[in-house]
Ligand binder design. Structure first.
Ligand SMILES: NC(=O)C1=CN([C@@H]2O[C@H](COP(=O)(O)OP(=O)(O)OC[C@H]3O[C@@H](n4cnc5c(N)ncnc54)[C@H](OP(=O)(O)O)[C@@H]3O)[C@@H](O)[C@H]2O)C=CC1
Ligand SMILES: O=C1CO[C@H](CO)[C@@H](O)[C@@H]1O
Length: 361
């Protein structure tokens, strides 16, 4: 692969494309990492460029203006622009992390992966939750539950109204399915394996946009387990990934678990990894009390910092089993779009049934 075998004692020269909300978090962690060196922020809009320049950031208008020694990019443009931005980065010969969802449609996502493969360049998707120690531990802990029967999740955070002042966030490619459920799907895949079917009810009754504000979903996994999820960015609650773990400086912590995983031999709350299981010998069944075991104390990390360091290591030739690959990103996008399509047509949608050009509306 291109860039493999470079001297990893030298920080990876990397640019961030898109100087918005998450782009600036990538800038922050890149500037704090010894594994990478920020060469530029690519920001096409003059006013924003001026602001970034005044703050002392190295900012350029387009990919062509990025310093020539750059070897990698994090693409953090609006989702509908991912394809164009990531294609431009791959054309420069850069290794790429593209923010989630990997693209607006499956056709675009598959074309990106094909381009990366043709050029021998690493392509990852920014489903950063995998980089938390508790996510990796959950993957191992489900092995103690016996056959997994099901999973139940709830993600409900009320976004501030001005979040939706940004035009693209009210349009196809955005909304809590593409923006937030895509993370949940990747996380469920990471912990429990492939999802193969989804049925959904969607509603825009609270915010009144073209995109949904709330959805109730049911999933089927390849291993036979089932799942259900309620997701909303209009409803106030302490139950959501970011509130549970406090990873996002812009979102208040609650410390509340928001997912329960159920197996034939026990159950697990996430992300605390509080476990419920056998309290004695013999058949484990409903007349017997459960033994409750609190989860371990996990080291708190900034997952974006972990992600960029892992990325730098892979570009230097390391193997990685945690980062979300381009292929993983496509799988998460497929079931996210399947959920949107199901909500639209009122029927279950299986993997393989989402049209390549479908963008979720
Ligand atoms: N992993 C995570 O935790 C998160 C991921 N995301 C994902 O990141 C992406 C960006 O979201 P968010 O940060 O909220 O969006 P923002 O709108 O805050 O930021 C996008 C930035 O990209 C700029 N931009 C627009 N088009 C281009 C282009 N063609 N080339 C370069 N820059 C461009 C925008 O400029 P201007 O404002 O002037 O239009 C803006 O500065 C989305 O795909 C989203 O799903 C978002 C939040 C968290
Ligand atoms: O990707 C994401 C989208 O938005 C959320 C809130 O802004 C983030 O926390 C999340 O990681």
């Amino acid at each position: 692969m291109a860039n493999r075998g470079r001297d990893v004692s030298v920080p990876l020269p990397l640019c961030v494309v898109g100087g918005g909300a998450i782009g600036m978090r990538h800038v922050e962690v890149s500037q704090g990492s010894e594994q990478v060196r920020l060469t530029a922020i690519v920001e096409p809009f003059e006013q924003r460029r001026k602001e970034l320049d005044a703050m002392g950031f190295p900012v350029v208008a387009e990919t062509a203006d990025v310093p020539g020694d750059t070897l990698a990019a994090i693409v953090a443009t609006p989702t509908p622009a991912h394809f164009e931005s990531a294609t431009a980065a791959l054309d420069k010969g850069w290794a790429v992390i593209v923010e989630k969802p990997v693209a607006a449609t499956l056709d675009e996502a598959r074309a990106l992966l094909a381009a990366a493969n043709d050029k021998g360049l690493p392509l990852f998707t920014g489903h950063h939750r995998r980089c938390h120690p508790f996510s990796q531990a959950a993957r191992n802990a489900v092995g103690n539950l016996g056959d997994v029967v099901g999973v139940q999740g709830l993600w409900s955070l009320r976004k501030h109204d001005s979040y939706y002042d940004v035009d693209w966030r009210r349009r196809p490619g955005a909304g809590p399915l593409m923006t937030n459920l895509s993370h949940e799907i990747d996380l469920m895949r990471f912990i429990l394996g492939d999802l193969i079917e989804v049925v959904a009810l969607t509603s825009s009754a609270r915010r009144g946009f073209q995109i949904e504000d709330t959805a109730a979903l049911a999933f089927r996994f390849a291993n036979g387990a089932l799942g259900s999820f309620l997701i909303s960015d209009a409803g106030v609650s302490p139950w959501a990934f970011e509130a549970a773990c406090g990873e996002n400086p812009a979102i208040a912590s609650s410390g509340q678990d928001y997912i329960r995983i159920i197996g034939a031999e026990g159950a697990l709350e996430f992300p605390s990894l509080t476990a419920w299981g056998r309290s004695g010998p013999g058949e484990i069944e409903w007349s017997k009390p459960h033994l409750r075991t609190g989860g371990p104390d996990f080291k708190r990390v900034d997952p974006l910092f972990e992600q960029v360091n892992r990325f730098a290591a892979v570009v230097g030739g390391a193997q990685d089993e945690v980062l979300c690959t381009g292929r993983d990103g496509i799988a998460a996008l497929e079931m996210t779009l399947a959920a949107a399509l199901s909500g639209k047509i009122g029927k279950p949608v299986a993997a393989g049934e989402v049209p390549g050009g479908y963008n979720g509306t």
